[in-house]
Every structure is written in structure tokens, then in C-alpha cells.
Design a protein around this ligand. Sequence first.
Ligand SMILES: Nc1ncnc2c1ncn2[C@@H]1O[C@H](COP(=O)(O)OP(=O)(O)O)[C@@H](O)[C@H]1O
Ligand SMILES: [Mg+2]
Length: 338
Amino acid sequence: MDSARDTLAQALRGIIDPGTGKDILSTGRVSGLTLSDNGTASAILLVDGLKREEAEGLEREIRAGLLKVPGVRHARIIQTSERQGPAGGAIQGVRHVVAIASGKGGVGKSTVAANLALALFRRGLSIGLLDADIHGPSAHIILGIGTRAQATAEKKLIPVKAHGLKVLGMGLMSDPDRAVAWRGPMISGAMVQMAESGLWAPLDILVVDMPPGTGDIQISLAQKLAPSGVVMVTTPQQLAVADARRAAALFRQLQVPLLGTVANMASMPGPGGLVLHPFGKVDREGLEAELGAPLLAELPLDPDVTRASDAGTPLATGPVAQTLDDVASRIARSLGLG
Ligand SMILES: Nc1ncnc2c1ncn2[C@@H]1O[C@H](COP(=O)(O)OP(=O)(O)O)[C@@H](O)[C@H]1O
Ligand SMILES: [Mg+2]
């Protein structure tokens, strides 16, 4: 356990959960306590079973508690709900859905999704990966999957096992090219159906590689799969960050908590030990303010990762895997799984 989290937790001791009459930390009412370098303390508040006034009162108390901690300049409380049951349409046997999203393509969303799923698996969690990028599926390539998903007589899809992950996606279907001609509602429907008809259970987390952007398919996936959170992937380039901001705003509107941002291809080794920033240097404070979420990691551009992705042999070691191990640990903790 890190000390910042302990200090924040200490400041919230004694706040009572109106739902149970017990301490909000012991009941799991509040989780995901983090403190970013710019002094933003974040907490996730589970509002299930609370009246609106109760949730708001609790949010005020938590905010006041966090702001008393030395070094905390801002407090950000994310209200969330498990939204279980038929209305939310969450997938049976799957504890959490975590969406990996981006504003634009080519920023490394699929690379992060697959390698983050693997990092979560290395923590001993049972993990699935749904490649929901219908027009640019790539999970099957990154994970080196040569087989196709089979369906049962009841039309349930059996995910393909690869590197310990349960995987489904358009690249694993028997006729992937057909999907390219699909439009709008058909696509959204197909992706939701693929998620819901997958025999995933039991799964701690289903990682969903979302299509880039802010269209119908992102909206319907976010509504139907009720993700516990979304991780935004961007390069540090201002053009990409601007698109990421729009995507972040969409998820906020859909009430999917933003778990944080991964800045990909943030640096690369240059000649004579120089560190190069091909897409510009990461401005942590600016990025966090613009997206309204903590910067979870800066990943280097690592040619070994490009090669490993092309070869379908993902790396469990090296700077990208190591950094994603930290991100995985943070996400697992914030979901109450670590
Ligand atoms: N950190 C990284 N280091 C090296 N290559 C990367 C990294 N992230 C992504 N890539 C490469 O960049 C390209 C685009 O990445 P991809 O994950 O397919 O992006 P997206 O899913 O956002 O379109 C791929 O060739 C991928 O292998
Ligand atoms: Mg992709």
C-alpha cells in the first residue's frame, strides 16, 4: 500500500456510510484513493443504495476531508454505480468492464489495451479482451491468434484463449470482411451482441478496445456494457490530445468514470543517450486539466514493442510492460480487485 493512499484514507476515517451506518472505507463505499503530482486527490464513490441527497452530502464530506490533507490542492470525487441487473445490461459473470478509448486512431490504443490486459492477467486476475474496433481489429494480430472463435448450438461465442486472456473480436470471426460494409446501428448492435453472447464467465475484468472517436458505437457500448471506467490513450501531440478531450467529455456525459490517461509514444532513445520526444513532451498538468483525469503513465516508443505486436508475441518485460504493470496495479486497486 502506498503512503499517499494511507494518508488520504486516514483523513476519511470516521465518515459514516448512510447506507450501512459503518465507516465508508470499510464498506467499500469509497475506493480508488489516489494523489497526483499536481496535488489532485481522487476518490471513487459508489452511490448504489443512496438517495441523491445522501450521495451529495457524502461527496461534500469526502471533499472536505481530502482537502484537509497537506499537499492536496484539489479534490475530485467520481460518483459511480455498479448498475447491476437487467436495466444496465452488464454482462453476466463479468465483474468489471474497463474500456480503452482514444480520440483518434493510430495512437496505440490497441497496443495499450492488449498489453494492459496482459499486465492485469499477470496480477492473477481473470481477464478478457474484447476487440470492439470493428473497422480496425488488431487484437488477433497483437496476440498472435491464428484460430477463429467457435459458437455453441445456442449461438453463444466461445472466446479464444491466448496468453492467458479470453479474447473475442471481429478479427476472430469466420467472415471478418463482411463487417466492413456494415453501418451505424448494425455495427453498434453487433459489437454489443458479441460482448453479451460471449462465454466470458467468470471474469474479473473485461478489457474493451473501443473504436476511436465519439460515434454511435462508443455510445451504445458505454450504455449497454456499463463500464466501471475508461482509460484514455493519446499521444502527447496537441492534435491527439484535443480529440482525446472530446472523447473524454463523451464518456463523462455517459457517466462512465475516467480512470485516467495513458500518454503513449511519449519518448524514445536517441543517439548519444539523448531522449527524444517525437510527439512533443508530456505536459502533465495541462493534460490532467484538459482531460479531467489523472495521467496514469507515459509509455516510451519502443521498437521492440512494435516488432512484438507484429509477430504476435507480446512482451512481459521491458519498459512498456513494466509501466503497464504499475497502471494495472492502480486500476485493480481502484476497482477493489487488488
Ligand atoms: N509504445 C509503443 N512502442 C512502439 N510501438 C507502438 C507503441 N504503441 C503503439 N505502437 C505501434 O504503433 C502502431 C499503432 O498502434 P495501435 O495500437 O494499432 O493504435 P490504435 O489502436 O490507436 O490505432 C502499431 O504499429 C503499434 O505496433
Ligand atoms: Mg486499434
